[in-house]
Design a protein around this ligand. Structure first.
Ligand SMILES: C[S@@+](CC[C@H](N)C(=O)[O-])C[C@H]1O[C@@H](n2cnc3c(N)ncnc32)[C@H](O)[C@@H]1O
Length: 283
């Protein structure tokens, strides 16, 4: 019998969102993250998914990470597939830094498609990392630290840096010093990619994206923005350091990724209906 009415309400919100036949595997508070998180299994036609979700402001359900239970290494969210392009925007992929582990989707992808690339994983929330180990096949050491602190205390260099830092209120507070450290942490020829969720409606996003662009441009680097038409999906902002990687060659980048890494479905759909540019896509 459920005696905690807060929990009962959260369960009913999960069923409203994922359907009444969804199976809630776990629902618990993640202290550092600052909200309740949950794991839910659900079906969409013949496909079965497992999602790590959380509650945002106003008890809103937010999907943090998702896994196809039949093909766990395949990326479910379109923005994650976009972020994977950064492995073909960098001159080499010997190592990668994943800031924000969530349900470890990018890590599973790397294990399967970039087994020769050494990942470093950083996440600030112990409960989320434990949940990823228990429910999302994560089997890799994770540095339990805020990404900002990790970068401030590290002098390592990475070919690819993926930034996907989200809490219950949206994107983590990221300032210019963070972007400076991120770009300093890129190996020569490296590439950074950042995920911006709700970029068209969240007023916090634009200033942070502009700050990354300014830090990049001060080094003579041109950011690239990719999102799907309609502005309802996420926006990915890349900072490649190889001068030849420009917005007009993103299709070639995808071709390279498919050719070298045997991406599922030959990467079909990744760039379909996408807007690619060098400026934040909305005024
Ligand atoms: C959207 S999830 C990341 C999903 C991940 N990219 C994947 O492959 O499944 C966001 C994660 O960022 C973490 N996070 C938020 N702010 C952080 C910070 N300042 N430092 C480190 N991790 C943070 C949260 O704990 C959460 O696990």
């Amino acid at each position: 019998m459920i005696t905690d009415y807060g929990e009962q309400r959260q369960r009913s919100l999960i069923f409203d969102y994922f359907g009444s036949d969804a199976r809630i595997r776990v629902l618990r508070r993640a202290e550092t993250f600052g909200a309740a998180v949950f794991v839910v299994d659900f079906d969409r036609g013949p496909r079965n998914f497992r999602t790590l979700g959380s509650f945002g402001a106003g008890a809103q359900v937010t999907e943090q990470s998702s896994m196809d239970l039949l093909y766990p290494a395949r990326l479910v969210f379109h923005y994650e597939r976009l972020m994977s392009l950064s492995f073909a925007m960098s001159a080499r992929s010997i190592n990668a830094l994943l800031l924000g582990v969530g349900g470890a989707a990018m890590w599973r992808f790397m294990q399967a498609y970039l087994p020769d690339c050494a990942p470093t994983l950083v996440d600030s929330d112990e409960t989320i990392v434990a949940t990823a180990r228990r429910w999302f096949y994560l089997k890799h050491r994770v540095v339990l630290e805020a990404a900002q602190r990790f970068l401030a205390g590290s002098s390592a260099r990475y070919d690819v840096i993926l930034v996907d830092l989200y809490g219950p209120g949206g994107p983590a507070e990221i300032d210019e010093a963070f972007w400076v450290r991120c770009l300093d942490a890129l190996a020569p020829g490296g590439c950074l990619a950042n995920n911006w969720a709700d970029f068209a409606v969240n007023p916090k996003v634009r200033p942070m994206a502009d700050s990354l662009s300014a830090v990049a441009q001060a080094r003579g680097l041109e950011p690239i923005f990719v999102t799907r038409r309609g502005f309802r999906d996420n926006l990915v902002q890349y900072v490649p350091t190889v001068p030849e990687i420009r917005a007009d060659c993103v299709t070639d980048v995808l071709e390279r990724l498919v050719r070298e890494r045997h991406i599922p479905d030959r990467g079909r759909g990744i760039l379909e209906n996408c807007i690619v540019g060098t400026a934040f896509p909305i005024a």
